[in-house]
Design a binder for this molecule. Structure first.
Ligand code: GRG
Length: 305
């Protein structure tokens, strides 16, 4: 009789993400307790614990495990990624920036607590994220922790998120003159930089070699840009659905996005290619071992929210 070959176990990705989100939620809940002065801690917790897909912490933990590290080694960095992401959303939603009323299914931080508290909640999350990496990381040599702090600082500052945000803000109302190169700059800095920091910090905490870090950085840059190209597509398809239109064309002119420059179909192709590039960067790993990172790339490429 033919030898029975055991079927390769397939990753239950939805279950995996749910489990990771619960772990991260618990760690964040403990990291920011309600204490005096309650108002600021409550405002931080209001946005931080409101859900979200938790893609950045999931990437951080998965990268650490892929290079042989443990969840415990990367959890403080994973939480820091979510603190930074959340503070960028709080500040982005302010009237001086995007002026949004709703985020993660609830009123934005400044709608609930006022602009003064929202600015401070963002500031506190920013500084606390670094403190948390330094203070809460256990069983990792100090040298790796310092490297991570440096990576994360670069990713969010004037060479990272802040750079992307300022170029984006200053391009507003200039849709005609913003080309693909500027748009790519905005996306790479506003969105991809933090996804890259998530992957790279997880890898460093887990003890990755320099060449492994650079391989994972390549993966992260591709999924990061894909993440924002998909965001642009979702923006248009969601608004189009809301307005009951059959085409997003009418909405293409007020803001420069990938679809407004190259069309929805071409944008989908770009995203697909970026996801393929990201997965190719991991082809040196055993596919079962790399399954979470490969599935995360597919998830980012096919996400619908
Ligand atoms: C970081 C110091 C510092 C300042 C912030 C305001 C600002 C500077 C940057 C804005 C960056 C921004 C809002 C980028 C958009 C990123 C993005 C694609 C958000 C949506 O992310 P998801 O889909 O959201 O992962 P959830 O809610 O699922 O977490």
């Amino acid at each position: 009789p033919e030898a029975q070959v055991a079927a390769k176990p397939k990753l239950d990705f939805a279950g995996y993400m749910k489990e990771r989100a619960i772990m991260v939620q618990q760690a964040l809940d403990q990291a920011v307790p309600v204490q005096y002065p309650e108002i600021i801690n409550e405002a931080m917790r209001y946005s931080l614990l409101a859900g979200g897909k938790r893609v950045r912490p999931a990437l951080c933990l998965a990268a650490c495990e892929l290079v042989g590290g443990t969840i415990e080694q990367a959890m403080p960095s994973a939480c820091a990624m979510e603190m930074l992401h959340t503070m960028s959303l709080i500040h982005d939603d302010l009237p001086a920036m995007d002026n949004d009323d709703f985020r993660r299914g609830q009123p934005t931080n400044h709608k609930k607590y006022g602009e003064d508290v929202a600015i401070l909640a963002g500031d506190a999350l920013l500084s606390y994220s670094f403190e948390h990496i330094a203070r809460a990381t256990k069983n990792v040599p100090a040298e790796r922790i310092v490297r991570v702090i440096c990576e994360v600082g670069r990713a969010v500052g004037q060479e990272g998120l802040v750079a992307g945000q300022i170029v984006d803000l200053k391009s507003e109302g200039m849709a005609e003159s913003v080309g693909l190169e500027t748009l790519r700059y905005i996306h790479e800095h506003k969105t991809a930089a933090l996804l890259e920091a998530a992957v790279v910090s997880g890898a460093i905490m887990g003890g990755a070699s320099d060449s492994e870090v650079e391989r994972l950085r390549k993966y992260a840059r591709s999924i990061g840009l894909a993440f924002q190209v998909i965001d642009d597509i979702l923006d248009i398809t969601a608004t189009t659905e809301q307005l009951g239109k059959t085409s997003g064309k009418d909405l293409l002119s007020d803001k420069t996005t990938y679809p407004s420059l190259i069309g929805i179909e071409k944008s989908r192709e770009v995203a697909k290619q970026l996801i393929a590039d990201a997965k190719a960067a991991l082809d040196v790993y055993d596919s079962a071992k790399a399954a979470p990172m490969l599935s995360l790339a597919d998830y980012i490429g096919s996400r619908t929210n």
